[in-house]
Design a protein around this ligand. Structure first.
Ligand SMILES: Cc1ncc(COP(=O)(O)O)c(C=O)c1O
Length: 400
């Protein structure tokens, strides 16, 4: 099937594949005006539960008025699609754009159920999450058919929702039940469960006062990229860190995080590390950082100005085992200076996606002896063991 872009590069009059009729019963203008097509009205129709209601009609004089008003010779080459044509194109778009991640199941409170069809995994364009970034999210890993740290992530998204003044559409237990059922419907045994709470659709205003239907979305996906425990390089981010109120909230406002990651990639590094407003080490764009000092102490920046990472918090508990084995002298959370960090014997990144990743170089400074450290490796092994056979507190079975 041809992709959407192939359809769009030709004027409609030269493209036999594009039906000129807006819909069977349409006797009005055949083409969608650019202003309306760019609003993407089609997605809005999901809220009413039926694509079949989608009929956009224009006054028959529209085309002439537009031509006269603009004073230029416009070609109307954007097709006006019926609902079934739009769905077909969503399907072929998905089929033609296969990435490294496979989308296995999605729950949406808009349609009040779960779909396993990636083409239907869409959200309304007027959701405050889309046009104002007013939503919060979280992610839990699926390992061997168990959800890892589901309750810890759930607590965090509810905390974030309160900070963002989002009133969730369901209580905690219902959200938890939906997440487990979505994971079950996906049949995924190893992957990720990502979910969002939003103030919901309503209108395109800045104020959410017109959004009366908070939404909950969840998606399960499988990542094909190989995970690695190979040491990486980081740089210091030149993108400003979010102020504490926003850094401690896991909202969908990740523009600074994205730019920071891009800056790292542009400079051949894996991530860029933020310093806080006092110059202390803060965090990475989607991970926390930790150090092993020369005195064999595990040292982590505290969480009052950064995101309280579920992985980092679990590492603080798991590391006690290394203390009892004598591999660590102690565990400490506090202010960490750049000087302390750069002269540490080990540095690591901690997060749900990367687990524990050794850092071998920060800017021009080689960390420790420039090789993956034994404590980072031991912590990585403990996290993996915890994911595979940890206590019920961190492992929720998925009933397939
Ligand atoms: C800004 C930020 N810091 C830290 C983390 C690590 O958190 P977690 O271990 O819960 O994945 C994340 C991950 O979501 C993040 O986005």
């Amino acid at each position: 099937m041809a992709s959407l872009s192939i359809y769009l590069i030709k004027p409609i009059s030269q493209n036999p594949k594009i039906p000129l009729r807006a819909s069977d019963d349409s006797h009005n203008s055949k083409m969608i005006p650019p202003t309306i097509s760019s609003l993407g009205f089609g997605f809005r129709f999901f809220q009413h539960g039926s694509f079949e209601n989608m009929r956009i009609k224009f006054r028959s004089s529209f085309k002439n008025e537009a031509l006269v008003d603009s004073g230029i010779n416009q070609t109307f080459d954007v097709p006006l699609l019926t609902s079934s044509e739009a769905i077909e194109r969503l399907k072929s778009h998905r089929e033609n754009h296969k990435g490294k991640q496979q989308f296995l199941a999605m729950y949406s409170s808009i349609f009040g159920g779960i779909t396993t069809d990636p083409a239907a995994m869409v959200i309304p364009i007027d959701d405050h999450m889309v046009h104002r970034g007013h939503a919060v999210f979280d992610t839990a890993a699926i390992m061997d058919g168990y959800l890892y740290e589901l309750d810890q992530h759930l607590n965090r998204i509810l905390r974030s929702a309160a900070m963002a003044k989002i009133n969730p559409p369901f209580d905690r237990e219902t959200i938890r039940r939906i997440l487990i059922q979505t994971a079950s419907a996906s049949k995924c045994r190893n992957g990720s469960l990502k979910y969002w709470l939003s103030v919901g659709p309503g209108d395109f205003q800045l104020s959410p006062s017109g959004c009366n239907q908070p939404t909950f979305y969840a998606v399960v996906y499988q990542d094909q990229s190989p995970s690695s425990s190979k040491g990486i390089k980081v740089i210091t981010s030149s993108i400003p860190i979010k102020p504490p109120q926003f850094a401690t909230t896991k909202s969908v406002n990740y523009l600074p995080n994205v730019l920071s990651k891009m800056e790292a990639e542009e400079k051949g590094a894996f991530a860029a590390i933020w310093l806080d407003n006092e110059g202390f080490i803060a965090e990475g764009p989607n991970m926390n950082v930790a150090f092993v000092t020369r005195e064999k102490e595990l040292l982590m920046p505290h969480f009052d100005k950064i995101l309280s990472g579920c992985t980092a918090n679990r590492v603080l508990v798991l590391a006690e085992q290394l203390v009892s084995e004598g591999k660590l002298q102690g565990v400490r959370v506090g202010n960490v200076t750049v000087e302390e960090g750069k002269k540490a014997s080990e540095m690591m990144l901690l997060g749900s996606g990367i687990l524990a990743l050794p850092v071998l170089q920060w800017d021009d400074q080689v960390i420790g002896d420039g090789r993956e450290g034994s404590v980072t490796q031991a912590l990585l092994n403990l996290i993996i063991e915890d994911m595979k056979s940890g206590p019920p507190l961190v492992r929720v079975p998925i009933p397939y």
